[in-house]
Ligand binder design. Structure first.
Ligand code: ATP
Ligand code: MG
Length: 256
């Protein structure tokens, strides 16, 4: 049975996709079987895994509307050595079209159940909104990974996300829990980064992952080569941190 995690934060540009793609590749390096689900019409996780979103025969859009199975729509990231359920702009339409369908929050969950046995981890890259798409991610997952930048406004908006997770837990998915807050794009030379980081530890205790992802340009360059940073430059500080985070997640699921 796969453990299913959403990478979510309704703030834009906080490192959700970078985390999803590199955690997927990091886990693959640790011999874990991984499916990366791109739940964002931007299709950045798809492209970052080396798959051309403009040439998809089927995508998560058809899966959510019940027109294709995950097994027919998934593709292989050859560079990352994991499977991808890809997305492109078409997915934006699903947001509207699903409203009229039965079980509109549980469509991803039901689709993933059919491939559950093929994987150790399923990672869902959520869009920057608390939308019906994100709700499908939260309903289908065992836990949420929240990437955060250690800056002044980091905590603003976190309570909206936490409240949404609580509501989903109460009404739709009692499995759901916050697995942890992941500090990303960390700059140790900035006093503010250090301060916010220790505030997070004080407030959230062991809900803060031990691994810290540094700001590292190699992680930002990798997508233009269609490769996860972990594969593009394995010795870079960013890649090393995501591999360490993969190991932390492997340990974490042993206690779940
Ligand atoms: P969106 O909300 O639009 O989906 P996101 O939360 O998925 O954004 P990313 O796309 O992962 O965020 O990252 C935003 C930008 O920051 C990208 O250009 C990415 O390459 C860069 N970035 C992410 N993490 C790092 C890092 N650790 N070091 C340097 N650059 C990073
Ligand atoms: Mg993204």
């Amino acid at each position: 049975m796969a453990k299913i995690f959403c990478v979510a934060n309704q703030k834009g540009g906080v490192g959700k996709t970078t985390t999803s793609v590199n955690l997927a590749a990091g886990l693959a390096k640790l011999n874990q079987r991984v499916l990366l689900v791109d739940l964002d019409p931007q299709g950045n996780a798809t492209m970052g895994a080396g798959i051309n979103k403009a040439e998809l025969e089927a995508s998560i859009y058809q899966v959510l509307l019940g027109e294709a199975d995950v097994s027919a729509a998934r593709l292989r990231s050859e560079s990352g050595r994991f499977d991808v359920l890809p997305a492109n702009r078409e997915l934006a339409g699903a947001e509207v079209e699903m409203v009229a369908l039965d079980n509109r929050e549980r469509r991803l969950k039901e689709a993933l159940a059919k491939v559950d046995a093929d994987y150790d981890f399923i990672l869902i890259d959520c869009p920057p909104a608390l939308s019906l798409l994100t709700l499908n991610g939260l309903c289908g997952a065992h836990g949420v990974i929240i990437p955060m930048q250690c800056e002044y406004y980091a905590l603003e908006g976190l309570s909206d996300l936490v409240n949404t997770i609580k509501k989903v837990h109460a009404n739709l998915n009692t499995d759901l829990r916050i697995i942890g807050l992941l500090r990303v794009m960390f700059d140790p030379r900035m006093t503010l980064s250090q301060q916010v980081s220790s505030q997070l530890e004080q407030h959230f205790g062991d809900k803060v992952f031990k691994t810290i992802i540094p700001r590292n340009v190699r992680l930002a360059e990798a997508p233009s080569y269609g490769m996860p940073g972990v594969v593009f430059d394995p010795s870079s500080k960013g890649a090393q941190a995501y591999i360490a985070f993969g190991a932390e997640m492997v340990e974490r699921i042993k206690t779940m």
